[in-house]
Design a protein around this ligand. Structure first.
Ligand code: B12
Ligand code: SF4
Ligand code: SF4
Length: 408
């Protein structure tokens, strides 16, 4: 319990404990990689044996503390005169919704008003120009940094009490199946869209782990205790039932027909953030106006509607206001970016992973999709201006888009 209290005091929205041990999905993960579903993410393939067995990540691993941060699931406040956004009232404030309980027992969760400043109103400048969409996880500061610092503090707190034990932290920084482990620790279940979903709070969460040689009682053994100021852990029961909303809504058919696995090489998130080459033509339309990540399989998930009524405390560094990413980015402007522009706009953001030529490629694809809806001479000129771009990736993409928008 003291460990969970420390996690709560460090500002984590939810924390739980699981026994370490090999993945129950190890064979499925190996098949997934063997089928090339990781696309060009060679790093997934590299340490597969470690990824499916925490003992190989930390010899003697006995337990894992899994934590999560919640991030803004709603855009910032709308400008004056428009319909009021519920975001300000909701940020970090517990709302008790018996009808949203889904059989979870109606526990009272986070009860403190989080010290979260009201989000800045979005800029309306140039709002008639087409904008590229950015996934919600990236609206605030880089989660790797935000989580890692506090995860280290959590490990340090434990190390002070148990100097003989060993610890290893992970937030995408170590080969580990964070979602499966978090589910085992009581943070939710892995849905058909493969997201870790909490039945009461949804899936707009980011995960981190502290793996340790300490033998700790699991959340299950502790009886899923309630701590004021933090969400409560739950058994990893699958609540997807007959729902197929995420599978039906995925624009590139990346989710397996029966769910619980995605072909990452088809996923818009992968194509916009990880894939460094030209995007195969079959996915151009499906990318729509996304230029960094994709939220569709979460937006349609009923548990995120429930989650919006039962929000976890949102860490202040995920405030969507300051960067303005919730509003997206002006596509033509992004297309004209030089290295300095990208560095300035993506500073401190998880989007730093997207190189200059990749974000310009993404803007071109999104412009192509806007042009497929309505003609616009300025946008056509912008595409044409990139046909001989000095970046091979940008020039190739401009030719793909140019061919698509020619009248038939
Ligand atoms: C690689 C990666 C990606 C890849 C691949 C995603 C994927 N689904 O595997 C890409 C770039 C596409 C991606 C996208 C996103 N990602 Co990502 N990603 C990762 C990373 C680094 C590794 C994931 C991994 O190992 N994948 C390999 C596959 C094999 O693992 P898996 O999805 O867990 O799949 C297995 C399970 O589904 C399992 N399984 C579980 N139950 C069941 C039941 C049955 C019946 C079966 C058959 C199988 C099964 O078996 C599968 C093997 O086939 C993790 C961090 C980490 N180290 O875990 C973050 C992580 C998963 N990503 C995260 C986020 C936020 C995203 C995005 C939402 C970002 C965005 N908005 O664009 C999207 C979501 C897309 C999606 N629907 O998954 C968060 C997820 C948080 C959460 N609440 O779930 C993580 C945990 C990062 C973090 N530290 O918070 N991501
Ligand atoms: S993130 Fe988008 S593209 Fe990827 S699986 Fe979900 S809906 Fe499909
Ligand atoms: S949309 Fe439906 S099927 Fe998909 S993860 Fe959510 S509950 Fe499960």
């Amino acid at each position: 319990m003291a460990i969970l209290e420390s996690a709560r005091d460090l500002g984590f929205a939810l924390a739980g404990i699981a026994p370490a041990g090999p993945s129950e999905q190890a064979d499925a993960v190996r098949d997934w990689v063997a089928q090339g579903k990781h696309g060009t993410m060679g790093w997934i393939e590299n340490h597969l044996d470690i990824r499916v067995d925490l003992e190989k990540l930390l010899p003697g691993a006995a337990s894992v503390v899994a934590v999560c941060d919640a991030y803004a699931s709603q855009p910032p406040e709308a400008p004056e005169g428009s319909a009021p956004s519920p975001f300000r009232e909701r940020a970090g404030v517990r709302v008790s919704e018996p009808d949203a309980d889904h059989g979870m027992g109606g526990g009272e969760y986070a009860d403190a008003q989080h010290p979260h400043p009201p989000p800045a109103p979005p800029s309306r400048e140039g709002s008639d120009l087409p904008r590229g969409k950015i996934a919600r996880y990236a609206w605030g500061d880089d989660y790797h940094k935000v989580l890692k610092k506090r995860l280290h503090k959590l490990a340090d707190t434990l190390a002070e009490r148990f100097p003989e034990a060993a610890f290893r932290t992970a937030v995408d920084t170590a080969p580990a199946l964070e979602r499966e482990i978090a589910a085992r620790a009581g943070l939710g279940w892995q849905g058909k869209n493969t997201m870790l979903i909490h039945p009461r709070h949804g899936s707009y969460t980011l995960l981190g782990l502290v793996v340790t040689t300490l033998e700790l009682p699991s959340s299950e053994e502790l009886g899923h205790p309630e701590l004021p100021g933090m969400g409560v852990t739950v058994p990893a029961t699958d609540h997807c039932a007959n729902c197929t909303r995420c599978i039906d809504a995925c624009p590139t058919d990346a989710i397996a027909a029966e769910g619980y696995s995605i072909d990452a090489s088809r996923c818009v998130s992968y194509l916009t953030i990880e894939h460094r080459e030209p995007v195969p033509g079959e996915f151009l339309e499906g990318i729509g106006e996304w230029i960094a990540g994709c939220d569709i399989c979460q937006e349609v998930c009923p548990y995120n509607t429930v989650g919006q009524r039962n929000p976890l405390p949102v860490h202040e560094r995920y405030d969507p206001g300051p960067r303005g990413f919730a509003d997206g980015l002006d596509l033509v402007e992004v297309l004209s970016w030089a290295a300095d522009d990208r560095t300035r706009v993506f500073q401190g953001s998880a989007l730093k992973r997207i190189k200059l030529d990749m974000i310009r490629r993404n803007a071109l694809i999104a412009i192509g999709n806007v042009l497929a809806q309505r003609d616009d001479a300025g946008l056509r000129d912008a595409v044409q201006g990139c046909l001989d771009d000095e970046s091979e990736l940008v020039a190739t993409t401009a030719r793909q888009v140019w061919d698509r928008i020619q009248p038939v």
